[in-house]
Design a protein around this ligand. Structure first.
Ligand code: ATP
Length: 267
């Protein structure tokens, strides 16, 4: 199973995701609660969506939130990188798509996450080519079989929604589109706080003030993670060059963030 990309419940919690509250609420309604309390949804007589497309600039938490959804729901998580499924050998790519869906059914409840899904769903006839055409058709067949895959939720992610074939976005397929934006200044504060959860920060560090600095404008979540890492590295460097080597936890201080800020820019 592991070879096929299967991984058990991811260890990303809601607290690890900064901001994205609206998205979290949507996923609670559409996925988490449906897995945790299926009885609440029985007999509703409405077709609730099981396919979602997260779109937006890179590094803003699409993969992270998909993992948090799986964790919160207690569901398995299969991470598929779109381009990896493409093979030049006839039939291999379609088989790869079928295999991922059958694996997902076998380990339901499950989140089947397609990263860079645009690689598999490019507008027909444009960038596509026959491999993509066939993969796309196979994907549509699988997505349309929602009744046969109870407990399997499909989340796609892309930075290029405009190249995706419209047919993929119909209800019942990747029917619910959710935008994951670049964080606002307030959201940057929440992201830095989430990233700081597992680190020791000195009391002198004011994450709210840092997040609102001009140097942080246009930083994505991934850039803020890089900032946090650079600050930690600056703390390590300081410790290793210090004459009196102290023991104990590494503490990140304000000056370490100053060093980090000079190194990180919007990606
Ligand atoms: P891509 O489009 O490049 O695949 P993505 O939107 O899927 O990017 P992620 O892989 O989720 O981005 O984010 C990369 C890393 O950036 C995360 O592992 C995390 O460390 C950090 N990060 C991004 N967004 C957030 C966020 N909202 N809260 C906390 N950390 C974040």
């Amino acid at each position: 199973l592991r070879r096929e990309g299967f991984s058990p419940i991811p260890n990303v919690k809601w607290e690890d995701v900064g901001g994205l509250d609206l998205l979290r609420k949507e996923f609670e309604r559409y996925i988490v609660n449906r897995i945790k309390y299926p009885e609440d949804y029985e007999g509703l007589g409405v077709d609730l969506e099981t396919g979602f497309l997260l779109y937006g600039p890179p590094g803003c938490g699409k993969t992270l939130i998909a993992k948090a959804v799986a964790n919160e729901a207690g569901a398995n998580f299969i991470h598929v990188k779109g381009p990896e499924l493409l093979s030049k050998y006839v039939g291999d790519s379609e088989l790869a798509v079928r295999t991922k869906f059958s694996l997902a059914r076998a380990c339901a409840p499950c989140i089947l996450f397609f990263d860079e899904v645009d690689a598999l769903t490019t507008n027909r006839g444009k960038e596509g080519g026959w491999v993509i055409e066939r993969v796309l058709n196979q994907l549509l067949v699988e997505l349309d079989g929602a009744e046969q895959r109870r407990g399997v939720f499909v989340i796609g992610a892309t930075n290029r929604p405009e190249v995706i074939d419209r047919a993929v976005l119909r209800p019942g397929r990747f029917g619910k589109l959710l935008y994951v934006p670049l964080p606002s200044p307030d959201e940057r504060v929440l992201i830095l706080k989430a990233l700081a959860r597992k680190r020791a920060l000195d009391a002198s560090v004011d994450l709210s003030a840092i997040a609102k600095l001009e140097a942080c404008e246009n930083l994505s979540g991934a850039d803020l993670a890089a900032l946090m890492n650079e600050a930690a590295m600056a703390a390590v460097d300081e410790k290793s060059t210090s004459t009196e080597r102290t023991c104990g936890t590494l503490i990140i201080k304000r000056n370490h963030f100053e060093v980090a800020l000079s190194k990180v820019s919007p990606s």
